[in-house]
Structures are given as C-alpha cells and as structure tokens.
Design a binder for this molecule. Sequence first.
Ligand SMILES: NC(=O)c1ccc[n+]([C@@H]2O[C@H](COP(=O)([O-])OP(=O)(O)OC[C@H]3O[C@@H](n4cnc5c(N)ncnc54)[C@H](OP(=O)(O)O)[C@@H]3O)[C@@H](O)[C@H]2O)c1
Length: 273
Amino acid sequence: MPQVVWITGASSGLGLHTAKALSESGFAVYAGARSFGQGKTVPGCRCLPLDVTDPASMDAFAQAALEAGGPPDILVNCAGVLILGACESYPTEELRRVMETNFFGQAAMISRALPLMRQQGHGRIVNFSSINGLLGIPFEGAYTASKHAVEGYSECLALEAKPFGVEVMLVEPGDHRSGSRAYRRHSRGITASSPYKTAFDAGTAVIARDEDGGSDPDALGRRVAKALKRKRLPRRLRIARTDQLLAVVLHDVLPAPLFDRIIGSYYRERGKR
Ligand SMILES: NC(=O)c1ccc[n+]([C@@H]2O[C@H](COP(=O)([O-])OP(=O)(O)OC[C@H]3O[C@@H](n4cnc5c(N)ncnc54)[C@H](OP(=O)(O)O)[C@@H]3O)[C@@H](O)[C@H]2O)c1
C-alpha cells in the first residue's frame, strides 16, 4: 500500500514540485490549495480545495482526504505567502495575514493530522520554513517572523510527538525560481513618501533578482521525496545556494554589527545596479 501524504499549498511553486515528486516516487498524494476549488489540478495527485486560514475548509479537506485514502502517514505543510514591507509600517492586518497562513495554518493542519497519526502509532510531519526562519533580511519582517515561529514550534512538536512514533522535519529552502509573484505582495505601508521607499526599491529588486536566479524547484521536490523514503527523517533539510548556507553560519558566529553591515550592504549596493 502506498503511503498517504497530505500536502498544502500544492497548486504552485515548491508545493507543486514537491507534490509531483512525491506522486512520481509512489506516494498517494492528497493535495490542497484554494485554487483547487476553481478547477486547477496536479497530475498524479488527488486535488482538494483547501484554505489553511479557514477552519471549515481545513475540516472539509481532512474529512474528504480521510474518506478517500485513510489516515495520513505524512503531512507536508507548504502553503505560504510573503508580503514585502518595512517593519515600522506593516498594517496589522498584513502581519496577521502572513502569520495566519504561514504559521497558524501549519499549526491548524497539524492539529487535524496528528491525532490520526497518534492513533496509528506512526507519522511524519514536514514543515516548510525558509533560510529566513534562521536569519532576517531587510523588508521581509512579516515573513521572517512567521518562519521563525515555524522553526520554534517544530522543535517543540518534534519532542512532544516522538513518543507517539511521529517524526518532524523542517525544510529550509533558500531562493528557488518557483515562487509565483502573485504570492509576493508589496505592503500597503510602503507609499511614495515612505522614508523607506528608496531602500525598499533597492532591496526588493535584489530579492526579485535572487528569486529569478534561484535553485531548481524540481530538485527540491526530489530531495524532499528522497528524505521521506529514508528510515529516519533528518530534523532539517536545508536546500540553498552556498552563499546562503554560508550566511546562516556567519549569522551564528559573527558579532551582530558586522553581520548587519554585510547583509545591509548586500541589499543596498546590489540594488543600485
Ligand atoms: N520559492 C522560494 O524561493 C522559497 C524559499 C524559501 C521558502 N519557501 C517556502 O516554500 C513554500 C512554497 O513557496 P513558493 O514560493 O514556492 O510557493 P508560491 O508559488 O508562492 O505558492 C504558494 C502556495 O501556497 C498556497 N496558499 C497560499 N495561501 C493559502 C491558503 N490560505 N490556503 C491554502 N493554500 C494557500 C497557494 O495556493 P492557492 O493560491 O491556490 O491557495 C500556492 O500553492 C512556502 O512555505 C514558502 O515560504 C519558498
């Protein structure tokens, strides 16, 4: 019997590539996203409408997936949104929207899948974090806060769920050229007269360029599928370019003022080019 996977955010980007790779690796994939309610599908996957900010939608997804395929062996939490803006001027509803999708959405899906995994005595939970779950960069304050929440929550979850036979893995991607621009909004707080406008334009130009030149999303999907075939899950699957992996190490070892100078100048100076 193929192992049953529930995956969120599977209509685009890394979720889509991961869902396809899992299906090609022989998993039975139940894929969720809001646009699956509007006719979009993914080959090889059973696509069900899912909004991770809506409790009724999550209940309906869990019910439909359970009836069709039985309890999940694996939950992959991939749904995510990004709103680029300045920490000072994010409207609270934008901060909430990012946290609702990226963090509360993951927690709520775990609350639905974990009891089923406990009952069967095994399970695997894969939470998509980011390199931004490990360090901050300018104008990704809301997103970075949500991914730091995912990191901390997942570490606690791993300790609590292990006695029930449930393992937890964090996926920490660097820039991948998959993400849809539709999910990368600019904050309403950045107006033409914002004191952050010049730095924001430079910084977001670098962010866009890094995404466009990012790593291969198919390869990430295959790495996740391969990890899920292993006997033991690694706690972290960090999939990023060498300079981004190095940034994580420097963040942890350099004095903060020096690290800030390096990151600050990267986004300021490269944005002028
Ligand atoms: N791409 C990268 O470079 C990168 C780097 C680091 C981490 N990540 C992480 O990887 C994950 C995927 O990101 P991405 O950039 O590849 O994808 P993306 O193209 O931005 O797609 C986001 C996905 O999330 C779904 N989604 C958004 N809001 C949702 C909601 N309320 N309920 C259910 N689904 C929702 C979208 O589907 P619908 O609109 O159909 O609902 C879509 O499938 C995210 O967690 C992101 O933080 C990505």
